[in-house]
Design a protein around this ligand. Sequence first.
Ligand code: EPZ
Length: 424
Amino acid sequence: MEKFVIQGGKKLKGEIITSGAKNSVLPILAASIMSNKKSIIHNIPVLQDVKTMVKILEYLGAKVSFKNHTVEIDPSGINRYDAPYEFVKTMRASIALLGPMVARSGKAQFSLPGGCVIGPRPIDLHIKGLQRLGVDVKIEDGYVIADAKKGLKGNHVFLGGTFGSSVLATANVMCAAVLAKGTTIIEFAACEPEVSDLANFLVKMGAKITGIGSPCITIKGVKKLDGVEYSVIPDRIEAGTFVLAGAITGGNVCVKKCQPFHMGAFIERITETGVSVETGKNFISIKGIREWKSVDVVTLAYPGFPTDLQAQMMAFLSLADGVSVITEKVFPERFIHAGELNRLGANIQLDGPRAIVRGVKKLLGARVMASDLRASAALVLAGLAADGTTEVSRIYHLFRGYENFDKKLNQLGADIKKEKDTIQ
Ligand code: EPZ
């Protein structure tokens, strides 16, 4: 196992280039199996989750090459329709293959994703949506067994759940609807930019989709899809993480090749703290300040404040002047990072889906443990600002979703070393 050893207190300055969006790449690679023609997809970040998705596609029988941030996939050899537990347990997002597989083969046998540290990861909306399209779905021995015996038929599908819309349920139902007979209307669809990116990829393949980016998507079924060349959008969560790295160290950082218009809620909240933010068509630059104000944050589905930036924002607000209340409306249990931030001297109390963050004057370096992708990023950000040395163990969580995270931060003047870890 490896750990990061971070010498805190360095003001970050300079520019970084955002990588492609992990949460676009995974459903787009999954959707590419809906054609038997080859697709070429660019701007793919080198991440553990992408490598896992490539492995699953090869297991299914596709020919895949992944080099220089481009994936070439030839799905014509796919001769399986199952995704075994060993794959799904390492990456819940493998469930993004369910809809495309049912669309391609009329059936699928996928291990249930199970829960993770950010909370239970139910798939009731995925199942309900596919059933509305005529798919028989049953759960047996921890597997989802889907069978569209009489083919897929377009229908009206309502996809709102207790916690609002669902990104990957929208992706799955949209993919299945693309090759269904007739028209499907998805009401309460997720509006995340990554869902729009997937829809644009499908349209390029020949799908007929309107209402992209809105909570109501209409899909007219087509008979077949073509292979295409496509480039995914930049990763707004990585971009926001680096903006916060600049802000928490009081530095000046410019994040390039990102899309600020996908980050409105985040930019509004961080501006409210008093830091100065300048945005252009494809950059965000931040001029950090010595003291920033506390703000309240509520995470919501897009265009609300993204839950995937909640942990990183909590690290930043742990040093704010005043008390911030962070309310998690998407994953109410997504606070595992709070305990570890308190080990660095933060003062955070949890109260159900709320975290009360009382700003402290400084954080003190300590040994902390990463536990999930975004929680790990929050601990690194806190370590950048803490006095002294912070060691973050189990950094493999980070490599799932951030390309060259330490290298990019060191390019901005951070002092992060990767070392062998005694903690397993
Ligand atoms: C996607 O997960 C992202 N992952 C997550 O990013 C992100 O946090 C999440 O959307 C919310 O934006 C990928 O795109 C690969 P959801 P997804 O279904 O689709 C509940 C990261 O760090 N729900 O939108 O699995 C669910 O429990 C990852 O990059 C149901 O109740 O999330 C949650 O409370 C973490 N029933 C809410 O909906 C369902 O059938 C939103 O979850 C499905 C979800």
